[in-house]
Design a protein around this ligand. Structure first.
Ligand SMILES: [Zn+2]
Ligand SMILES: [Zn+2]
Length: 82
């Protein structure tokens, strides 16, 4: 289900502004929140489209995951030796 932008009511909403309690498309988000400094501080939550994949993990998260797997394999091989 797609959420329509509350401002222009034409485009699909991409972000949800917590302060305004409004769903906005990228264009309106920029327009509304560039209006003044206070608006620029509004926290926006990205609306994830169910059809698109989840937000990709950052490099650090991926590295942490890799390290965890490495540690697991290390400990298992250690237990085999001893
Ligand atoms: Zn809009
Ligand atoms: Zn806002």
């Amino acid at each position: 289900m797609k959420i329509q932008c509350n401002a222009c009511e034409a485009a699909e909403a991409n972000v949800l502004c917590c302060a305004d309690e409004a769903a906005l498309c990228w264009a309106c988000d920029q327009e509304v929140h560039a209006a003044n400094k206070l608006a620029g501080k509004h926290q926006r939550v990205p609306l994830t489209d169910s059809s698109s994949s989840q937000v990709p993990k950052c490099d650090i998260c991926q590295k942490l995951d890799d390290r965890e797997e490495d540690l697991n394999s290390d400990s298992s091989s250690d237990s085999l030796i001893t």
